[in-house]
Design a protein around this ligand. Sequence first.
Ligand code: ATP
Length: 515
Amino acid sequence: MAQQEEVFKKIISHSKEYGFVFPSSEIYDGLSAVYDYGQNGVELKNNLKKYWWDSMVLLHENVVGIDSAIFMHPTIWKASGHVDAFNDPLIDNKDSKKRYRADVLIEDYLAKLDDKIDKEVQKAAKRFGDTFDEKMYRETNPRVLENQQKRDEIHTRFAKALNDNNLEELRQVIIDCEIACPISGTRNWTEVRQFNLMFSTEMGATSEGAMKVYLRPESAQGIFVNFLNVQKTGRMKVPFGIAQIGKAFRNEIVARQFIFRMREFEQMEMQFFVVPGEELEWFEHWKKLRMEWHQALGFGAEKYRFHDHDKLAHYANAATDIEFDMPFGFKEVEGIHSRTDFDLSQHEKFSGKKLQYFDPELNKSYTPYVVETSIGVDRMFLSILAGSYCEETLESGETRVVMKFPAELAPVKLAILPLVRKDGLPEKARQIMDDLKFSFSCQYDEKDSIGKRYRRHDAIGTPFCATIDHQTLEDNTVTVRYRDSMEQERVAIDSLQRIISEKTDMKNLLKKLSV
Ligand code: ATP
């Protein structure tokens, strides 16, 4: 774990050093849990958003996009339940004065118990070799049984306390588990209180006329309130989906872990409207498609897992998370929820406007049910950084840090490098750049030795480098160097456009997906 934490620190400093992510307002000592994306970060982020958008809107005839405003009528947040219930249970340690989410403290404790059990099982598996019967071992080993029983008991109490909104019991679980503050090491806890996560501000010029409005805590409500606009103007037939990418804001209690938990972040959400009664089938369908989308990136299936929710929100009848193996453990990057007709019904009630769909095939009107897929751009970005970050020792003994991004997402696709800054090589390189820049993102670089330039491009994950040397002037060929294998190949300038386009085209990822 300590080694993983070390890797996480390195990823954070690498992100800053190479223009991926900067702390916001840094010259003013930063603003907690707010970050800016740099010149390479924004390219990677845009590519990631395009991958999601195209997988939704381009590949599905029955999914269309919108871009709704961040400010919305405040009653929307009453209807959605956010004003009354978008809370996290917080608890403070009286000695360190640090604030925690009570549910997260308990979840971490449960994860530690799981870890203990798994380690015990792994140890035994090694000891017994091929004859090892894991099921029997789990059912009979006293240490495993004891930890499993402890885990199950705590888990049951925890899930019940959350469901009953029983804050005293949540605190009691923390006390009974002897959970200590990681900073002070003490168990001197305050009461657990609910804390609303929405930011608010005032809209309007005069103080009497001002209206309290919220910065949206999710982009989904912008989709619900436009459901009929899109259905009618797009002549959409249920089942159909509406996709949106946009900023969301949450006043998170615990905002550490870099861009994993931010106060301003971006979401990519798709609400899929279905005939009531068919939602669980669609839920399974989208679960499968979304996992495929993640796995198509090639980081390995073992890096992802589903985590079904212990506590279903009052409006949901099924919910799962897709988790990624971050340097700090498996964590949620995406939520998939079957939200019933809760949102549309609530908006119907609060707005007084009908939000029903007339189904020509069933010849009746109804409020569609909704299956939602909701993914955080920034968390996804972090999973890509974590999955791509690689330190390698070369034959020369030198180490290189290489970001093994999927080529389709890499900020720069091709580096164009004249071997030396003379003899007409820079001019030739510029000519190539001027030709190729219309097809994909290229970067011209003539400073420092060729080795240093390769390292620089490894560090930002450029999948291909084209080196222009004296032979280029004679036969119009260049050396293409591959980031991951470091192999080099001589190719004709005329074929560069085709070779690089083929290897970096978003189509490659999209074609791996089923629709
Ligand atoms: P968590 O339990 O981690 O707070 P959540 O279950 O509240 O997350 P959702 O409301 O389901 O999250 O939001 C959907 C997605 O939006 C999440 O899977 C995550 O990727 C992203 N997200 C939510 N909150 C944040 C945040 N504070 N910073 C960055 N991304 C976030």
